[in-house]
Design a protein around this ligand. Sequence first.
Ligand code: GLC
Length: 428
Amino acid sequence: MTSIDTTQVQHHAISVLRENDRGSYTVPTKGLYPFQWNWDSCFTAIGQAHYDIDRAWTEMETLFAHQWADGMVPHIIFHVEDDGYFPGADVWRSGKAVPTSGITQPPVAGFALERLLQKSGADEAARSRAEGLIGAIDRWHEWFYACRDPRGEGLVAIIHPWESGRDNSIDWDEAFARVPTEGVAPYTRRDTQHADPAHRPTKEQYDRYLWLVQHFRDLAWDNTKLHDASPFQIVDPGFNAILVRSCDALANVAAQLGHIEIAARNRALAQKGREALERLWSDRHGQYLCLDRTTGQLIDSPSIGGILTVFAGIPRARAAAICATIEKEESKARFIVPSHSVFDSRFDAKRYWRGPVWLVVNYMIASGLEASGQTAMARRIIASSLELIALSGFAEYYDPIDGEALGGKTFTWTAAVVLEFIAHQDAQ
Ligand code: GLC
């Protein structure tokens, strides 16, 4: 076990957050990701709340200042011009004053809002900052169920792998293979100039990513059309769990601040979503699975998406079964929780979202397990995360077998959740 000087790690984490701070928003890391990313920003705010609560509120306010009129909150906001990233604003062409991408990302904002309010002691100033976000987050949640769950199933679909936040997961492979590549305009990738190409998506995958972007752009980013028009519609249990947890969190905050209608609506959405998640349970895998909405079939791919589902507050027996599944992974992976099962032949320890460990995902899993009474496993996940930091620094992701730092370095959300991990350990 690598020994950890927590005070030094805290200082280091704060210096990473400060280094990537651009004043009113924070970049995930210099070079590889030079703009504001949606769910990164929400985790960033949670981290900033440990040393500068005012700055934390600003992070979220900046994100929501770019919410679309239909309620969607885009996955990237291109605050500055930077041709070091592809696909940039000129490819998305979403027609906004400050350019944005045209798809969304996991809705962590409701959860982050509640966390910020807790961290600030809910004083007058904090309540007024929260007031400014409640309506906007509520509109985003409504947008999800209206535009990504058009038949009212209680489960929302992603229509592009990048919406999942687990961009390159094995979960998408089969459905993604049905996305055409014809007619994709010529392009030059930038990601492979910042990170090892062997750890990044293949050229064929990139063509399909871009085909979807072009297809949605041709439909003028009209969200009343995109879901049904997309050949790629996947119900990801992890994504839905985040939405459910955020609906619950928003309901808590709204109730606290007297917004009874918003509280009731979000509580009901969370309840319906949680019940609907049960359709995705797999006894064989001891976890939830993705559903391909275009075929109606569950996807036989044991990834972190179905483990992250504990974040929603699932039945206790399910949380216990998921703990057993993580324990099995632990028998082969020195560091938990791998983004794909080490027992699956498709597991790849170094390629992004196909095996490596992400500490933000660990953060959500630990939080969900703890709420389900699985405190021992929650602690093990936190300890494993902090060991990775001690061994390999604040990386974007890590090899679960040898702990090697992979992807971008000095990574913002990794630093942010480490502050939460240390605070959690100190509170024990
Ligand atoms: C990668 C991740 C995505 C994240 C982004 C910025 O694209 O897959 O989840 O938001 O990097 O960190």
